[in-house]
Ligand binder design. Structure first.
Ligand code: HEM
Length: 147
């Protein structure tokens, strides 16, 4: 998986789950029929939201995004569909490559950490799944921000 593919997959997944959540809200509030859509789409969206945020940090560090761009990428997960806009925005500015840039001898500690992840893909994937599950569980314990 290249940085471009990882980021795009999660940006699109985040947007799709937002659309599902909006559809669930339409059924819940406008049609006034059922809450099931929101009850299903809510946690799915929350999980993908967390996965998108983690991937944004890893890809942003690797692709040498400025901190402003990184923050914009994270904030894009809040309004519906903005992750797709952000993906195009960064792509148009040459901020998404098919090559990982981080190296074990990179000058910056976060880039060295990303280099380790790139060099240990299985462990990185397992760690990613565990981190998403743990953060999702924590968020569910604390309570969803909306609803
Ligand atoms: C900025 C990020 C997020 C936004 C903008 C957001 C937005 C929403 C919205 C609009 C709803 C529908 C509420 C309703 O009208 O009933 C919802 C539901 C829900 N969200 Fe989120 N959410 C976010 C993050 C999360 C996270 C991180 C989690 C936890 C993993 C989460 C879990 C849920 C759950 C469980 C529901 C369903 C609540 C129910 O059963 O009524 N959300 N969210």
């Amino acid at each position: 998986m290249t940085p471009r593919r990882v980021f795009r997959a999660l940006a699109v997944a985040e947007a799709i789950t937002w659309v599902c959540l909006l559809a669930g809200m339409f059924v819940k509030y406008v049609v006034d029929a059922s809450e099931v859509g929101v009850q299903v789409a809510g946690p799915v969206h929350g999980t993908v939201f967390i996965a998108y945020c983690l991937a944004t940090v890893v890809v942003g560090v690797d692709q040498r995004w400025t901190s402003g761009r990184l923050v914009l990428g994270l904030v894009s997960a809040v309004p519906p569909l903005m992750t797709v806009w952000f993906d195009r925005h960064v792509e148009a500015r040459g901020g998404l490559d098919d090559t990982w840039h981080s190296r074990p001898d990179s000058p910056n500690g976060s880039q060295r950490a990303v280099a380790w992840l790139i060099g240990h893909r299985r462990q990185a994937l397992a760690g990613f799944v565990v981190a998403v599950a743990a953060l999702t569980g924590l968020a569910l314990l604390v309570g969803p921000p909306v609803g």
